[in-house]
Design a binder for this molecule. Sequence first.
Ligand code: PLP
Length: 238
Amino acid sequence: MTNTERDAIQKNLEQLRTAIDAALAAAGRSRAGLLLCAASKTRDAETVAFAAGLDIDLFGENRVQELNAKAAAGAYGAKPCHLIGHLQTNKIRQAVGCGMIQSVDSLRLVAGIEAEAARRGICQDILLEVKLGGEESKTGVPPEGLEQLLEASAGCAHLRLRGLMTIPPPAETEAQARHWFAQARTLFERLAPRCPAGAAWDTLSMGMSGDFAAAIAEGSTMVRVGAGIFGPRQYAPR
Ligand SMILES: *Cc1c(COP(=O)(O)O)cnc(C)c1O
C-alpha cells in the first residue's frame, strides 16, 4: 500500500464524513444515531487494517471466506465486521460468530444460524434483508414475508434480531431513492412492536455510496459505503 493510496482513503473519508454530517443536519439528526460501515469487499487486509485506524465504526464483507481471512489477519483491529452479502446455507457454519449477519432472508437461514449458534453456545445478531420493488434477480425477502421470518427468529434463543437491511432497486432521482428508503423505514417501524420484549430492534441498515444522503433523510441507522471510502473497485481477473 502506497502513501498515495493512504492519502486517497483519508481524503475520501473526510469528504464522506462532511457529506454525512450535512445529511444528518438536514434531517435534524445527530451523529449518535448513525453508524458508518465500510464495505470492504475486494480490499486487501493491509488496506482494511489502515481503514480500521480511521473514523469508521465497523466493516461489512460480502463473502464469508473473505471476512474470516481478513479477521484471521487481524485486519479489522478492534472493530466489528458484519456479513452484508448473501449467505448460502452451506456457509452458515463459517458465518456464525461474526459481528452480525445482515442478510437473513429465509426460514432455512434462520433455522441454520440458530442451530449453529446454539451448538457454539453464543447469541448471533442478525438483520432481516428485505427486498423492495420485487426484482426477480435480487436477494432478500419481500415485505409480505417479513412477519413470518420475524416470528421464526423471535422463537430462537440464540438469535438476536436487531432490525432490517435493504438494497433498494436502482433509482434515477433523489425522490425515487427516498421513496424506497421510506418504505423500508415504514416496515421497520411497523414491525417494531412485533418484536419480543427484550429484543433490540435498533438497526435499519440502508444507504450506499450513491444514495446514503437519501437513506439518512429517511431514518437509516447504518450506511454501508465502499467505493466512497476506498475508491472504485477493481476486480482482479481470476
Ligand atoms: C458493495 C456493497 C455496499 C457498498 O457499495 P458502494 O457502492 O461501493 O458504496 C453496500 N452494501 C452491500 C450489500 C454491498 O455489497
